[in-house]
Write a protein that binds this ligand. Structure first.
Ligand code: MN
Length: 246
């Protein structure tokens, strides 16, 4: 049992960061918590997480207005969209009428993925970030990509080439026990099943256009100055521990 503890603590921390009560997740659908929307109850709901820093903390690399809009409006919309999709499915279930289920499932996948992606993105960034990782994460990057510079070049290019909108992401891939760089289109296309995002870079235009206009490559280059490698390393450790329990 004691071997499971770090993984369980990490799981709870991750769920809390996503605005999901670990207790609800652990006990399943029988525990209802209040929905913010209409007073009905749903087995699970999502909430916008608070940032660990102020909106202006990442300046000059990401300016305050971008952070404010991105977190309070865009991320909030993904949270609301996920909850609304769950409500629609719950109503269909109550009425035993699943007309429109396919669209609701599609909306849920898109909005929940947007919620998770943004939560990882915020936690990946710090005003004290930048530089290069050390320790086990650095070793893993060297094993998977040859060197940190090679990793960084591939990740930046993945970000610069996403079409039309999406993310560059570093994933821990448990099947081969290695790291891969993904180019996620939209919020949820081309994700790797069962892989865990460790580092996420949002290259939707709302993430940079107010400050960098059409110069996405400049935004990507400056973003490396705020990467919190401690957070990335902790995600990598936690993902490895989860893989060990499979
Ligand atoms: Mn975004």
């Amino acid at each position: 049992m004691t071997d499971d503890r770090p993984a369980e603590i990490e799981r709870r921390r991750f769920l809390q960061a996503l605005g999901v009560s670990a207790g609800v997740a652990a006990t399943g659908a029988n525990t209802a918590i209040a929905s913010e929307h209409d007073g009905d109850t749903l087995p699970m709901t999502y909430e916008l997480p608070e940032l660990s820093h102020e909106y202006d903390a990442l300046e000059p690399y990401i300016d305050e207005r971008i952070m404010e809009l991105h977190h309070s409006a865009h991320h909030q919309a993904y949270v609301d969209g996920a909850n609304e999709a769950l409500e629609r499915v719950a109503e269909m279930r109550d009425e035993d009428d699943f007309e429109g289920l396919r669209a609701a499932k599609r909306d849920f996948s898109f909005h929940l993925s947007g919620h998770v992606n943004h939560t990882v993105f915020w936690e990946n960034m710090s005003p004290d970030g930048g530089g290069e990782p050390g320790g086990a994460l650095a070793d893993r990057i060297d094993e998977s990509f040859g060197s940190f510079d090679a990793f960084r070049a591939e990740f930046s290019e993945a970000a610069n080439q996403v079409q039309p909108v999406g993310w560059a992401m570093l994933f821990y891939e448990p099947v081969a026990d290695g790291l891969v760089i993904g180019q996620v289109e939209s919020q949820n296309d081309l994700v790797h099943q069962d892989a865990t995002p460790l580092l996420a870079l949002d290259v939707w235009e709302h993430a940079y256009y107010l400050q960098y206009e059409n110069r996405r490559d400049e935004y990507v280059e400056e973003w490396w100055n705020v990467v919190d490698w401690e957070d990335v390393a902790e995600r990598c450790r936690a993902a490895g521990r989860r893989a060990d329990t499979h």
